[in-house]
Design a protein around this ligand. Structure first.
Ligand SMILES: [Zn+2]
Ligand SMILES: [Zn+2]
Length: 254
């Protein structure tokens, strides 16, 4: 399908318009408004664009978790470089990185007035998943103290990363993923999380103690939350999901 008019937009111009929304030169644009052939040319490029988006959409992109770790500077150098070069070319990831960075820079601490004690109605206790790492086989302690730490609770996977902020404080970054990825998007929308000095709000026999949280933070809609600064010690984390509370006990930070 070709338009023989000399002021018709070129294929390149139509592709830029269809893919990137780049405006046509004025003359070509006027022509497009009046030419059925060129309208059809544009429509077919738009169709290709929709196809590419639906089939290849983010297929080359690093996972949300990788991007968060990238932003928090928690990746090994080779991975960091490959993500950096992807982010340079991918506007979608670039936007996400920008959001994630500003999220990590934010002050997460909620005002003390919001430290009302929240009831734990359906606490679910996360289990630590310790992956078998052969290099730690002879020293069980080392693997228990290693970061990141993975936990599992019902349909939620949670990874905790510990990093140092530029001011030398400990920052605890939590990343939740749902086993069902379609559910997690709404599920994790800005959930509140508390960190308590152990023993926290639930003592061994299930009674509620009157402890107030050390820090309370609000997560982002991707299931990330950050506690900072975190001192060393023994802690309990409670994540308030919509219908239950995810509890991580026995969290030690040295
Ligand atoms: Zn035309
Ligand atoms: Zn990308």
């Amino acid at each position: 399908m070709d338009c023989l008019n000399s002021i018709a937009p070129t294929d390149e111009e139509l592709i830029s318009l269809a893919l990137d929304g780049e405006a046509l030169p004025e003359e070509a644009n006027t022509h497009l408004q009046q030419c059925e052939t060129c309208k059809q040319r544009l429509a077919s490029y738009k169709q290709v664009n929709a196809y590419l988006l639906s089939h290849l959409y983010r297929s080359q992109c690093p996972s949300g978790e990788q991007l968060s770790l990238y932003c928090a500077d928690l990746l090994p150098a080779d991975e960091r470089m490959s993500i950096a070069s992807h982010v340079k070319d991918c506007p979608l990831c670039a936007t996400e990185v920008e959001q994630s960075r500003s999220f990590l820079r934010m002050d997460f601490e909620l005002p003390a007035s919001s430290f009302s004690l929240r009831a734990l109605l359906h606490p679910i206790f996360a289990t630590r998943v310790i992956s078998a790492q052969p290099q730690f086989a002879v020293r069980g302690d080392a693997s228990a103290a290693a970061w990141p730490r993975k936990y599992k609770a019902e349909s939620v996977d949670l990874t905790l990363h510990l990093s140092l902020t530029s001011s030398g404080e400990h920052m605890l970054l939590g990343i939740m993923t749902g086993i069902d990825p379609t559910e997690s998007f709404f599920f994790f929308d800005c959930v509140t999380s508390d960190i308590y000095t152990a023993p926290g709000p639930l003592v061994a026999n299930g009674d509620k103690s009157a402890a107030s949280p050390l820090l309370r933070t609000q997560g982002d809609d991707l299931g990330h939350f950050v506690f900072k600064p975190v001192p060393t010690g023994q802690f309990v984390i409670v994540v308030y999901l919509p219908d239950r509370e995810l509890v991580i006990e026995d969290l030690s930070i040295e």
